[in-house]
Design a protein around this ligand. Sequence first.
Ligand code: C2E
Ligand code: CA
Ligand code: CA
Length: 840
Amino acid sequence: MLKLDNKKLLHIIRYAPVIVVTLFAIAVNIIAIEDNQSMAQYSIENLRAELLNTQREKIREQVRYVIRKVRTERFLSEAKLKDHAKQRVYEAYHVAHYIYNSNQGKPKAEIVHLITDALRPLHFFNERGYFFIFTQQGISVMNGLRPELEGTSILDLQDSRGTYFIRNFIKKFEHSQEGFYQWWFQKPGQSNQQDFQKIGFAKTFEPYHWYIGTGEYVTAFENALKKEILEWISEYEYGEGGYFFIIDKQGTLLAHHYNDFLGPELTVGKKIDDSLRQQILAQVRNGGGYIRYQKPLTVDGKISLEQVSYVTEIKGWDWIVGTGFYSQVYEKYLSSQAHQLSQYKKQSLAKLSTLGIVSILLLIVVSLYVSHLIARRFNTFQQRIVDDVNELENSKDKMEFMALHDALTGLPNRLSLQKKIQESINLSKKHGTHAAIMFVDLDDFKHINDLHGHATGDQLLCSISRQFESVLEETDLVARFGGDEFIFCCADLQGTDEAREKAEIIRRLFDEQFVIGGKILSVGCSIGISMYPDDSDDPAALIRKADIVLYHSKAIKKGQILFYDQHINEQVQLDLNIHHELQRALINQEFSVCYQPQIEANRHRLVSVEALIRWNNPRLGNVPPAKFIETAEETGLIHDIGLFVFRRACEEIYRLSPNGHNAVQLSVNVSPTQLVTPHFPEQLAEICSEIGIHTHRITLEITENILINKLETAIPILNQLRVHGFGISLDDFGTGYSSLSYINNLPLTEIKIDRCFIDRMLNNQQSNMLVKMIIGIGKFSGMTVVAEGVETQEQYEQLIEYHCDLVQGFYFDRPLTFEQLTHRYKNYYSAYVNNFPYSY
Ligand code: C2E
Ligand code: CA
Ligand code: CA
């Protein structure tokens, strides 16, 4: 398919309609002009046909007119004839009546004679007319034409067609006084057999019951009429050269209107051409019709005209009347019309062409304008689409930026980090240099949030971010990894020394204090560093390793810069494993409790045991509490773990030694997070009551350093525990700063001198003095004093000397399993007294 770019499309939109409209307009105009021409041609043909038709119609009408006129004239002449006959009979009647009236008294025969004599000689109608009288019985009284009939019966007279016309007459007049009648008669003195119609009128002459009548040959009248009509035809002219002719069936010309134009070729009395006569007769037989023929203009027939004629018969007269026209006449008219038409055609073509050109131009202008509008609209839409696309691109860019940058600080976020590290690695690889991934974590940032609020914390992070950016070199980048963690990625380094220098620069940024919203804030950072290519060439691995170092560095001491190495890795790995394994240790029943006996120093008697947790993990083996207790505290698992130890220890010790005067005492370590758990005292008391062990047999060991921050919270809890009957021991006494002050402030029942003092006691005078003093103070305050970590007899003896209450340590027993303890307790209960030290 043809590929259209926007520009081409725009061109098409702009010009295609114009071209299409122009072509269309031209086509329409050509069709209109052609149509107009063919219309003109058509109209000439039409005109010819119409003219011919009109002419034909006209001549037929003219002939009909003549026929009508002849018919009217004939009717009128017959009426005139009848009227004449009637007049004459009335005159005869009056004559007869006059004679009759004036001769009254005379004999009838005389009167009759007088009448017949008077009427007989009367002739009229050019002497053809006469009167006759006959009686109602059919006896002829008088006959002006045939006197021999007088006195005879004429009833049997027949006319030339055999009709008894006298009888018919008498019958017809039975009921009327007068009337017309007709009959046919041969003219007297004529030899041919032709009969002629006669019309008569008769009137009853009442005195003698006669009929007085007369008759006349119709032909006689008609001849006169014919003569008149022929004369009229000869004169008659209509339209332009319209004429009539009359011929008889034999072809003799009877009448014709001559004019100069038609010439003298035909004269009345001459016969027309026989073939023409045959043609005429054929039409006449059909009731009338048209004929075409060449009419010679000269006598020799050299010049002729085509004539069209309509011919029809005048019935009863044996005449044929016709009229015609010369086609040349209307052809002439037609050619003049055609000329006019062609003139008109030329004019209209010119007009049409002008109109066409104007309409084309107009259409072009209009469609150009419309195309322009469309193209402009198209342009606008296109621009809008481009704008929209740009906007989309922009928002896409924005979204991309948002997705890849940290909203708060505007630094790249951890998503984009990996890609950037990869770029740094690629660059370093190309140059054969090193790259450093520096994990920077702010120290105690949580305190700043807690103390000054999150808004300040956020502002501080932004401020720090700007500081970080200020130390970046071209091949460096910094990203916010999350919370108060940042990662620097420095490419193109010569080695770890350069990396360390860079890290130092970063750390030194924190030597200055930050001023946020008028507050002066101090904050530090720890940095863990991993190196490409030494530690990995994978960005994710490098981040992870830097994180491991950081974690370790923070665990040891905050504010350090540490590089990743295998040892750190293993340690951290173990930590991570512990962290991981600890999650399911309780459920998997990997924990157990050991018991380390506490001996009454002066009596060498086992009076108490300290419960110590043991964790045997299938993968990690025996993990010492020092390794996992902190993790358990951090994860919150210490709550459940602590309760497990407490319950298990109570159960087992209760089993070993029921409540009573010499019942074995139990010490359980309690972590500070456990202590502040809501309802902790109640929980412990409930467990004790469930098991049945007296709370006063139990001492809870807490470490002093833990109490520093939570003294206010801890005191009421400790008091509550005291109320429930539990003893409270201050573990690791002497390691903290304010150990002595606690003695007065806390509801303690026991202090446990830390192992390190016992350890050094015999070699270090200061430690020795401290142990002696602590024992003194404790006893003075009414508390039990316990020495832990007693490993030698000398230590033990010294402690006895100082009146230490209880001693605990490897010298007596290592932490024992419950079975070992049971065995120990049952068999060697008194051994401490007499046979000390017991050896395994
Ligand atoms: P701690 O409370 O000071 O426990 C005494 C630790 O000293 C025990 O170590 C014990 O085995 C060890 N020890 C006892 N006698 C001697 C000795 O003569 N020489 C030496 N070098 N060490 C001796 P362990 O069992 O490894 O416990 C370590 C720490 O773990 C405990 O210190 C305690 O703080 C914590 N811990 C142990 N069990 C629990 C527990 O159930 N809950 C809590 N919260 N902490 C516990
Ligand atoms: Ca302890
Ligand atoms: Ca201790």
